[in-house]
Design a protein around this ligand. Structure first.
Ligand code: BT5
Length: 266
């Protein structure tokens, strides 16, 4: 079910367009996924920087077909990017996550957000948000990219599945107050705007921050390959490389770079 709404968070799209300084912002009540809408708009030629924001999602999703629980009271926002090139693998997801975490840190003193490689926003050692980057290609040329961001703001009411209910955090609960959704959206938009044309690697000026906000650094982890738990490698997460790869030191063997994987702490 998708319903274009005149307002989001009580604000008309025109106000959000002015606030965020761009040609287009599309506001929705309930939408399947803001990434779907943004990607459809991108296919039709909408300008870079266009934002789609919804009050809730009926089919919010994460990576690899995971579900993203998207009840009312969270932020669900996607932005269209049109980078000239996109390396594969690309540092974009890590860069977007880092930029958002840095902006949340500035906007909400005491929150202490962190990036859990590659795409999770962690607060209070639990997952508060995530980034989903989806690119459309024409052969080897990138046509457009949609970066979707979900952040838990209000407490997730009853409908959250048990696994999520046990392992998430929300901004309201950690800060002990009603956080304004618009302030969360402002921080996310500033973070995404800061990416510019997607660089081939994370800019030098951000590498200290990458290290500082890296939630996995110096933690014991298991890295799950495509074979699932049976193929887990155990060791230490030691950092993130400028190209966005996780640096993992297995218990046996040399330091390795991991570009795609699920990482769990032990
Ligand atoms: C993500 O995937 O973390 C990316 C989430 C991106 C959501 C945004 S919302 C706007 C845009 N439109 C969309 O449809 N998506 C984007 P991943 O790393 O695969 O993590 C997914 C996992 O997080 C799930 O399998 C659950 O275990 C957990 N999870 C689901 N909903 C959650 C929530 N609300 N809070 C915390 N954890 C959640």
């Amino acid at each position: 079910m998708t319903g274009r709404a005149a307002k989001w968070d009580g604000r008309p799209a025109t106000e959000l367009r002015d606030r965020w300084g761009r040609e287009d912002v599309f506001t929705y009540g309930t939408v399947s996924s803001t990434n779907d809408i943004a990607t459809e708009l991108a296919e039709k030629g909408i300008t870079a920087g266009t934002i789609v924001v919804a009050a809730e999602q009926s089919a919010g999703r994460g990576r690899s077909g995971h579900k993203w629980h998207s009840g009312k009271g969270g932020l669900y926002l996607s932005m269209v990017l049109r980078p000239a090139t996109l390396p594969t693998p690309s540092p974009l997801t890590v860069l977007a996550g880092l930029s958002i975490v840095m902006e949340l840190d500035r906007a909400f003193p005491g929150l202490g957000p962190r990036l859990k490689w590659p795409n999770d926003v962690y607060v209070d050692d639990r997952k508060t948000g995530g980034v989903l980057t989806e690119a459309a290609w024409s052969g080897t040329d990138v046509k457009h990219v949609t970066v979707g961001v979900g952040i838990n703001v209000r407490p997730l009411v009853g409908s959250a599945p048990a696994g999520v209910a046990a392992s998430h955090s929300t901004l309201d609960e950690v800060l002990g107050k009603n956080v304004e959704l618009i302030e969360v959206a402002d921080a996310v938009v500033r973070g995404l705007d800061g990416i510019g044309d997607v660089p081939g690697s994370i800019p030098r000026g951000l590498l200290d921050s990458l290290d500082h906000f890296d939630w996995l650094r110096d933690r014991r982890v298991r890295v799950l390959g495509s074979g699932g738990a049976d193929e887990a490698a155990h060791g230490m997460s030691v950092g993130i490389a400028p190209d966005g790869a996780l640096l993992f030191r297995p218990d046996r063997g040399a330091l390795r770079r991991v570009s795609t994987a699920t990482v769990e702490v032990e």
